[in-house]
Design a binder for this molecule. Structure first.
Ligand SMILES: C[S@@+](CC[C@H](N)C(=O)[O-])C[C@H]1O[C@@H](n2cnc3c(N)ncnc32)[C@H](O)[C@@H]1O
Length: 477
């Protein structure tokens, strides 16, 4: 018997998880109508605007439309996505005539939202003329204005060649000083933002930011990025792609809808913003939180964040404010307790905390993981804390989502199960159990026919076991 088998037995994890599985077994259903493409950004490759910037953690426009249909949502309904990312769901819901609200911590969310508004309102002829002008300007020899040089954070230093640094500064200086129209300015800045990866020595590969050895960073290894675009080539392509979708009024630019009125992105942490949304005010929530998989958005998107003016200190702060999903995240328990006192709802803290504390399956998993950590079986001690906090914070998110929902309101929540130290964690069942404690009905837990393999490291030590990729469907009844 290997370590994880022994652990699963000794901590009665198997019994507790089995009980939870029995409880939800009839509602756990394979969803043939959802495929991997739909729960990833692959599904957005053909969708104008959403294909202007690759955010690997997006779900697809099509998935949102399907779920809105399943929920029988109607124009005028209030839609919420508490982890809005690039705004896929806000975009799709508003196109269906819903009033859409997103909450997103990374400034990328607000920046994309402003870009979308600009694309919607811009005068296309003027945009076309200004694109010609800026490309013409880039073909001349320029002296880059000093104040427009890329303001790196420590983890992005060396991301560009000297020529590229110069080209970025020249372009941004020109856009800021020569372009008078705010919509055009926003769109041209966005074009530069959207190509940062392509013109850099970095690749957003899998779980982390990979560095080309030419960047000269320590520990870069031997990696050579197959293609690094020169600035002019990349910006021309980005601008012409944007122009052709705006010109074609592709798919979504319905003239009769006032986008300003229809969509809002609230910048900040959901843990702080959701409690401020009135009770029983939302008809439908479609969202995908960070997964409990150690993935660090603030590292993968560090270049884009630096472009948007984030410095070293704010980057660290963003990382800590994120829903706990990395080994670096610290506990937000005392902060949450204080916050609920501040907004005069201390009892809400106790209720959400009780949901977390009393979940038997979660308790047995956490004690198993603690044991594994003490036995040196977790390859990073921060993993235990991450998982603990992931569920702790989710107890609050789920209670708040239940509170803001109207009666008969629905939630669709996209998330993956995970596995550590050979222990499969049924995130879907535990969070659904939280939902039930928060007064929601668990209608279905849809999962994809093909799940997700575990990491190669887990596979080597503990064997292969697919983890469910799910869409939970909850309702307030
Ligand atoms: C899986 S992604 C969502 C992607 C989105 N569905 C899309 O299509 O672009 C999760 C998002 O949650 C955001 N996030 C993480 N912690 C947050 C917090 N405390 N408050 C608000 N947003 C947060 C991340 O920045 C990330 O954009």
């Amino acid at each position: 018997m290997n370590y994880s088998d022994k652990l699963l037995k000794s901590e009665s994890i198997i019994d507790e998880v089995r009980e939870l599985e029995n409880k939800y077994s009839k509602r756990l259903v394979i969803a043939e109508w959802i495929n991997r493409k739909m729960v990833s950004n692959q599904g957005n490759k053909q969708v104008a605007f959403l294909n202007w910037f690759g955010f690997k953690e997006s779900f697809s426009y099509d998935l949102v439309i399907k779920l809105l249909r399943q929920a029988n949502s109607r124009p005028g309904d209030i839609f919420l996505d508490p982890f809005a990312g690039t705004g896929t769901s806000v975009f799709a819901a508003s196109n269906q005539g819903l009033k859409a609200i997103g909450i997103e911590l990374l400034p990328i969310g607000q920046f994309l939202h402003n870009t979308r508004k600009a694309a919607f309102q811009v005068d296309v002829k003027n945009l076309e003329a200004e694109i010609k002008n800026v490309l013409e300007f880039l073909r001349t020899k320029q002296i880059p204005p000093h104040e427009y040089y890329f303001k790196h954070v420590s983890i992005t230093r060396g991301a560009f060649s000297k020529e590229t640094e110069n080209a970025i500064a020249s372009y941004l200086g020109y856009v800021d000083n020569e372009i008078k129209d705010d919509h055009i300015k926003q769109l041209l800045k966005f074009a530069c933002f959207s190509i940062l990866e392509d013109i850099s020595y970095t690749s957003k590969d899998g779980q982390y930011l990979r560095w080309d050895k030419r960047a000269g960073r320590n520990r870069a290894g031997d990696y050579l990025k197959p293609k690094i675009y020169i600035f002019y080539e990349a910006i021309s392509m980005a601008l012409s792609g944007m122009l052709s979708s705006i010109k074609g009024r592709m798919l979504f630019w319905s003239e009769d809808r006032d986008l300003n009125d229809n969509t809002t992105i609230i910048s900040g942490s959901t843990l702080e913003k959701l409690p401020r949304i009135p009770s029983a005010s939302v008809d439908i929530i479609i969202s995908s939180p960070p997964y409990c998989n150690r993935y660090d958005y603030t590292r993968t998107y560090a270049i884009e964040l630096a472009f948007l003016g984030i410095d070293n200190d704010s980057l660290k702060k963003l990382r800590q404010t994120m829903l706990s999903c990395t080994v670096e995240n610290k506990s937000k328990e005392s902060w949450l307790r204080e916050m609920y006192i501040c907004i005069d709802k201390p009892e809400f803290f106790d209720i959400a905390n009780k949901t977390f504390v009393e979940n038997k399956a979660l308790n047995s998993i956490l004690s198993g993981l603690k044991k594994a950590m003490q036995d040196g079986e977790l390859n990073n001690n921060g993993i235990y804390r991450m998982i603990y906090n992931y569920f702790f914070e989710h107890a609050f998110i789920i209670h708040e989502m239940a509170r803001v929902l109207k009666l008969e309101g629905k939630i669709f929540y996209v998330n993956d199960n995970v596995r550590y130290a050979g222990i499969s964690i049924p995130v879907d069942l535990i969070l659904s159990d939280f939902a039930e404690s928060a007064g929601l009905q668990v209608n279905k837990i849809y999962y994809l026919k093909r799940g997700k393999g575990n990491s190669s490291q887990q596979m080597r030590v503990h064997g292969r076991e697919e983890q469910r990729k799910c869409v939970y469907y909850w309702e307030k009844v």
